[in-house]
Design a binder for this molecule. Sequence first.
Ligand SMILES: CC(C)(COP(=O)(O)OP(=O)(O)OC[C@H]1O[C@@H](n2cnc3c(N)ncnc32)[C@H](O)[C@@H]1OP(=O)(O)O)[C@@H](O)C(=O)NCCC(=O)NCCS
Length: 175
Amino acid sequence: MSEHELTPKPACESYVEMTQLVLPTHTNPLGTAFGGQVMAWIDICAGIAATRHARQIVVTASMDDLHFRAPIYQGEVVILKAQVNRAFRSSMEVGVRVEAENPLTGERRHCSSAYLTFVALDAEGNRLPVPPLLPETEDEKRRYEEAAERRRIRLERRNQERNVVLRPHPPLSSR
Ligand SMILES: CC(C)(COP(=O)(O)OP(=O)(O)OC[C@H]1O[C@@H](n2cnc3c(N)ncnc32)[C@H](O)[C@@H]1OP(=O)(O)O)[C@@H](O)C(=O)NCCC(=O)NCCS
């Protein structure tokens, strides 16, 4: 990638708004959306935002803890809004906000928020540098600052998990 393409890009250039109608195929026997379905929409929406920023192929590296604050019912409209919060070397943090809208009243409620990390890769799977992010509004500047601490925590957790997986199990006889 040339120096020109690595010039900082405004956060708003990565903005994505995605709208979905909750159909019977998206719901559980209670008539509310499956968590996994909402997660898939979050991943797609965030992935488009990361691609808009990097203009490269990106893969999902991780999704931070996800909490479903309120159920989303069949027949409701789901609005997902995503934007890159910060770009590092080859990775980007994307924030996603999920709202449900009652289509008859227009009333909206906040159902979930998520932070995902995407990594830009070439066709051989090698990491590619991504342009730095230029936060402009007060909210964008706040999210940019907070993203550094979230990155520190998630990489620390990733390393802890790697240690657990790599630590050899003691033989059964010594337990
Ligand atoms: C994501 C992936 C490319 C990272 O590769 P890696 O060799 O483990 O990563 P590295 O330690 O070299 O780090 C590369 C970058 O990814 C970031 N990263 C790696 N793992 C991460 C994680 N779990 N969460 C957040 N960021 C992560 C690093 O901070 C680094 O960012 P930087 O370049 O901006 O500093 C690799 O693990 C992969 O290909 N995973 C599968 C992706 C996939 O298939 N996703 C779809 C879900 S099934």
